[in-house]
Design a protein around this ligand. Sequence first.
Ligand code: G3I
Length: 373
Amino acid sequence: MLNRSYILLGAALAASLSMAAQAPDTLKEAYRGAFHVGVAINVAQITGKDAIGDALIAQQFDSITPENVMKWEVIHPKVDTYNFDLADKYVAFGEKNHMFIVGHNLCWHSQTPDWVFKDAQGKRVGRDVLLQRLHDHIATVVGRYKGRIQGWDVVNEALAEDGSLRKSKWFEIIGEDYIVKAYQWAHEADPQMQLNYNDYNLQSAAKRKGAMALVKKLQAAGIPIAVVGSQDHVRIDWPSAEDEDATIKDLASLGVKIAITELDVDVLPSVSFASADVSLHAAQDPKLNPYPNGLPAAMQTKLAEQYAMLFRVYLKNRASMSRVTLWGLTDADSWRNDWPVTGRTDDCLLFDRKDQPKPALYAVIDEARKARR
Ligand code: G3I
């Protein structure tokens, strides 16, 4: 175990360290040799405005994903305008810190500007025009970072909850072969880069079946798909260890590696839909926001137990796992504070709103130690 200085982590950690007698490993040290531990980073972190966050990211994680800055609406807002400023800074941050750098994402139903699907008269474009636009976008963006981004989420969330293909504009205008084409073009633009498929709720049997069928189709078309990403936007009481284990094993049986790409553990009351579909929103209600002043100790413990369980399952399947990425650094950064209800206080990550480690962080590090014994 390494006796590291955690000066950045402040008083709370210093106190718990003196109690623990020995400094804990960092996340990346604890999991070295098992899989990468990554984090999604936001604009403040990419631009250096969140200096404490940046130091914590460099200290704890060996992989990064851009939470938003590589999405189509940011990187390619107009037909002839690409905006690489933030994406360039993101990649430079990863290189400076010798990280495994992920690209997110190239083709998604969400956060894609309207112009992509319309002609100059505002009418829906046809298949050929949309294919050309998809090709040009992928060739330009992947080409720019060739050899510098190690894996791209090429197609993101192409499945509906029943496992059929989502009826997105991509699907409606092009047809189902938009998926194979996107992967072909990404592979052509950077043949060394890992091709990822990324989706949520893969613990649901129907959706997982759809994901497996999609991967098989890609393989049959000769696409060297390397990684299936299970986002793991999960809950304090879902999924069970058995469901998580079955999800990883089923997907890995296709000969791909598994990445957990967007891990967070929701502690708030559930609203009527349980997914990560950002187009859905629920009304505000104080009953849905029970911890505005912080999580009670019993809930912190429960959260730590759920994280520990998940990492036990990941470790058990380590031969199939390439990476586990947290969807945000601290609770203050999380998208969950604003979805599906705006202005809530979720405590779903490993660091709190003051950049301090939570019991869940220690629990996760502890699982790696136990696995080494
Ligand atoms: O950039 C604008 C900013 O200019 C404006 O001032 C601000 C005010 O609302 O909005 C900003 O954009 C927001 C953006 O996050 C950056 O904060 C968007 O409205 C908001 O919709 C966007 O949400 C992101 C969401 O994807 C949609 O792209 C979340 O941060 C991000 O965590 C979330 O991530 C997705 C993954 O990409 C795919 N899987 C599900 C996951 C969670 O929804």
